[in-house]
Design a protein around this ligand. Structure first.
Ligand SMILES: [Zn+2]
Length: 224
């Protein structure tokens, strides 16, 4: 069902006392048409064909976001780990294991197993990176915690205690680095002043690209 014609088949044509035809691609990616009561089918399909480019763009945009649907472990799914996609394979095993472009997950309680594995990975990967950058740029922090936050990637307390959500390990490496640098810079400045951003930029020149990635990929937070 991926050829162009199938993308243009409306899920529903709703006729009502209206004057013009309108098209909606709903959240499920279905094309819904609203048309006047006695509008001929041919007119409707001509209109759809005229808007084909818009419909296809709208649907592919939705499909792109779909890669960050919450995991259900009931169908073929993918998870990103340090920016790389891995196909999830459920197996009767005890521990999560990566192999090539697959991730093997215990079929008994896969959600918890995978979540715990991500937390462990974050504890190693993010903690090491914080230690490295802290030393490299002489930015001192008090302690570090890996949290399950869903609304923020990281934070820095008044006493320079750093928090990072385990979900960070699903982002590309450059983005993880940026978040680490961002929070480390907060050890010197507890605000988002011009001076703060200048400091971030001096240590992470591509930070704007990372911010954009985070904005565009916000839904990665909801995966698990
Ligand atoms: Zn900040």
């Amino acid at each position: 069902m991926n050829d162009i014609n199938s993308l243009l088949i409306p899920k529903q044509i709703i006729r009502s006392n209206r004057k013009s035809i309108s098209l909606i691609v709903n959240k499920s990616g279905e094309l819904i048409v609203r048309a006047p009561l006695f509008c001929k089918d041919k007119l409707i399909f001509d209109f759809i064909n005229k808007k084909a480019k818009w419909i296809i763009a709208k649907k592919s945009e939705l499909a792109k976001n779909d890669k960050y649907s919450p995991l259900t472990f009931t169908k073929e799914e993918t998870i990103y780990i340090i920016g790389k996609p891995y196909k999830i394979v459920l197996l009767p095993i005890k521990r999560v294991k990566l192999k090539d472009d697959e991730i093997f997950v215990p079929n008994l309680n896969p959600m918890m197993s995978l979540k715990n594995w991500l937390i462990k990975l974050a504890k190693v990967h993010v903690t090491n990176m914080v230690a490295e950058y802290s030393k490299k740029y002489n930015l001192k922090y008090t302690s570090i915690s890996i949290t399950s936050a869903r609304t923020r990637w990281g934070s820095c307390s008044y006493k320079n205690h750093l928090n990072f959500t385990y979900r960070l390990v699903m982002c590309p490496q450059a983005v993880i680095e940026y978040i680490v640098i961002h929070e480390l810079c907060h050890t010197l400045e507890k605000n988002h002043s011009k001076q703060f951003w200048n400091r971030v930029e001096s240590l992470c020149p591509d930070y704007k690209m990372c911010e954009k990635w985070l904005k565009d990929n916000r839904r990665i937070m909801d995966v698990i």
